[in-house]
Write a protein that binds this ligand. Structure first.
Ligand SMILES: Cc1ncc(COP(=O)(O)O)c(C=O)c1O
Length: 286
């Protein structure tokens, strides 16, 4: 087990030692990827954008009709951070709700008890503004409900694995003519001081960091256009960046497709830098 995993986890209503936390081999999360998850960042022990993350968790659970008993998610998040001994550290809380242990039918079985898992782990979150990502453009072969934060992540895993093995940090995906998002990040494009990002809908996850970056742009008077960016416009862009809970606001330094470089930028662009500064300010004010 990775040393970053905590020693205590929340499983179905109880905090227990991680090495005693066991699941049925018939859990539908394990057999079918029939589950929903959420990742919530915290800075110096304080959750960031907690309510927005919980709203998205509820949205996804509702979309796949997984009914949980009344659970105080806020309390579980706080307890997760405390149990992991991270009250003065940066990290993330992982939550997962599967449909539970039930026959392996393709329809929803009746009267299942969802399996709820939660834990916190430490993460190095400081210093994102000094990094630049190298990304590989790949076709988006995921399903057509990317707005649901499902644990069935094979499409994301295959694309990210291909990028990783070829020396890239992330895959930037396109469906049809348009760029959608990364495998675990939202994507932003800057052209003549205007910021472009794919509109919300079934083709992308409604990224919480994406939403916050849009709010930051509005506050700063930077115009945001929520419209798809055609793949063939990528080389004409001035700046590119990715956002995500663990990625934060990450400038892109290079984009390749097959063996061709479509975009390159040595230093972080001025709009990206302004947004990063405002994002850091929000973290400092937590
Ligand atoms: C496919 C995908 N898009 C975007 C994001 C970024 O979303 P958020 O900012 O809520 O972390 C994620 C995060 O895991 C993701 O998996």
């Amino acid at each position: 087990m990775s040393p970053t995993y905590p020693q205590t986890v929340f499983l179905n209503g109880r905090w227990i030692p991680a090495d005693q936390a066991t699941l049925s081999v018939f859990d539908r999360g394990f057999m079918l990827g029939d589950g929903i998850y959420e990742v919530i960042p915290f800075y110096q022990g304080k959750p960031f954008l907690l309510q927005a993350h919980l709203n998205r968790l509820h949205y996804s659970l509702q979309e796949v009709a997984i009914m949980t008993k009344l659970v105080s998610w806020e309390d579980i998040v706080t307890e997760a951070i405390q149990h992991a001994g991270l009250s003065n550290a940066d990290g993330a809380v992982y939550m997962q709700v599967s449909r539970g242990t039930a026959p392996r039918t393709h329809f929803f079985p009746e009267q299942t008890e969802p399996t709820v898992l939660c834990y916190a782990y430490p993460l190095q979150l400081a210093g994102f503004e000094h990094k630049r990502a190298k990304v590989l453009v790949l076709e988006d072969k995921r399903w057509h409900r990317c707005d649901i934060k499902s644990t069935s992540l094979m499409g994301n895993v295959l694309a990210n694995n291909e990028a990783h093995h070829r020396g890239y940090q992330e895959a930037l995906l396109y469906r049809g003519d348009s760029l959608t998002e990364g495998t675990h990040t939202s994507s932003f494009f800057v052209k003549q001081a205007h910021v472009y990002t794919h509109p919300q809908g079934p083709q992308i996850l409604p990224g919480i960091t994406r939403m916050e970056v849009i709010a930051i742009c509005k506050e700063l008077g930077i115009e945001v256009k929520e419209e798809p960016v055609p793949l063939d416009r990528l080389p004409t862009m001035d700046e590119l960046f990715l956002t995500g809970t663990t990625t934060q606001v990450l400038a892109i330094g290079q984009v390749d497709k097959e063996n061709e470089t479509l975009f390159r930028r040595e230093e972080v662009g001025p709009i990206t830098r302004t947004i990063q500064d405002a994002f850091k300010q929000r973290l400092n004010n937590l």
